[in-house]
Design a protein around this ligand. Structure first.
Ligand SMILES: CC(C)(COP(=O)(O)OP(=O)(O)OC[C@H]1O[C@@H](n2cnc3c(N)ncnc32)[C@H](O)[C@@H]1OP(=O)(O)O)[C@@H](O)C(=O)NCCC(=O)NCCS
Length: 300
């Protein structure tokens, strides 16, 4: 049977995530970073498929999944969350065929901005995205430290008051105001998703009675997304979020930090290691990356 590019079904998402993990590990081992991915339950993929199936595509060859793509849209932003081709099938036009389908999603949703985060060391993915009008613009480092060593250094960093985020109309309105100030896009459906995710804590960050930002901290120690309404609030917001994560129970604390953000030198000063270089690519000069730390390359 010839290669088919078709919409994905919910019962295929687990198999697709196995392919994603294989494809990532083949790439990161080849570039000296070792295997970094394990196959996880596809919660966000299932949420995205239910929310907008126009963005989720499978390449199938002889009953096997040969490639997978997932894009989501919020307001005017189309974001390519995943594009992966099986290691033995790369360089044969499958990535091109999948990206064409997800770009149809952007057209149908009338998105005027396109963006994604990819591996800074993958010349193939960057070449493919540049050919589709998205340019590399913002370096992003995954920063990581042992929780216990960070806990000692992060003492005294919690400069802002934290209050829990709830999925109420008033809190969602407050999140929207912060997201519009930081990125110019409302992520309401994604906040609803995060607020229901097990082991996830969302907090507002308050300074003298003003909610200057929010942060999500996972019980395993990962920080993000984190957003602030102005860049001057980032150091205190970042320090506070790290202090919450360092007081948790995970072994490691990790966070994706864009190059333009003041948080990067703070992370380095605290002894956090840069473990995976990524790059944000976009059609235009989109978002204020002094004010936002993404959760991961797929969620943004
Ligand atoms: C990136 C990936 C999805 C691309 O899929 P693919 O099926 O290998 O890609 P295709 O064969 O359709 O196209 C590759 C394109 O990159 C171009 N390319 C390859 N090497 C290149 C280089 N060094 N510089 C510039 N462009 C390059 C090719 O010319 C081709 O473009 P063209 O068809 O316009 O000529 C796939 O290689 C992959 O899964 N890689 C590992 C995981 C990954 O990094 N995924 C992206 C995560 S965001």
């Amino acid at each position: 049977m010839p290669l088919a590019i078709r919409p994905a079904r919910a019962d295929e998402l687990a198999g697709a995530q196995e392919l994603v993990a294989r494809s990532i590990n083949e790439l990161t081992v080849r570039h000296g970073f070792g295997p970094i991915a394990s196959s996880r339950t596809p919660h966000f993929q299932a949420f995205s498929l239910r929310d907008d199936p126009r963005g989720v595509w499978i390449a199938e060859d002889d009953g096997e999944i040969a490639g997978f793509a997932l894009s989501w849209v919020c307001d005017h932003l189309w974001f390519l969350a995943e594009l992966f081709v099986a290691p033995g099938r790369q360089g044969q036009g499958i990535g091109n065929a999948l990206i064409e389908r997800t770009l149809q999603h952007a057209n149908e949703a009338a998105a005027t901005e396109k963006s994604l985060i990819t591996f800074a060391f993958n010349v193939v993915s960057q070449g493919l995205y540049v050919r589709h009008g998205m340019l590399p613009r913002v370096p992003i480092h995954l920063c990581s430290a042992g929780r216990e060593s960070l806990a000692g250094r992060a003492r005294g960093l919690a400069a802002l008051r934290t209050t829990p985020v709830r999925a109420t109309d008033a809190d969602l309105q407050a999140l929207r105001r912060i997201d519009m100030a930081a990125m110019g896009v409302s992520r309401e459906k994604h906040h609803r998703y995060l607020l229901e995710a097990p082991g996830m804590e969302g907090v507002f960050l308050g300074d003298a009675g003003e909610r200057v930002g929010y942060a999500y901290i996972a019980s395993a120690g990962h920080v993000g997304p984190l957003a602030v309404v102005r860049a001057e609030a980032m150091p205190a917001a970042f320090g506070t979020a790290l202090a919450v994560a360092a007081a948790g129970e995970g072994k490691q604390v990790s966070v994706f930090v864009p190059g333009p953000s003041d948080a990067l030198s703070i992370a380095a000063g605290l002894g956090m290691q840069f473990t995976l270089p990524m790059v944000l690519m976009s059609q235009n000069d989109f978002g204020n990356w002094t004010c936002y730390l993404p959760r991961n390359p797929g969620f943004m």
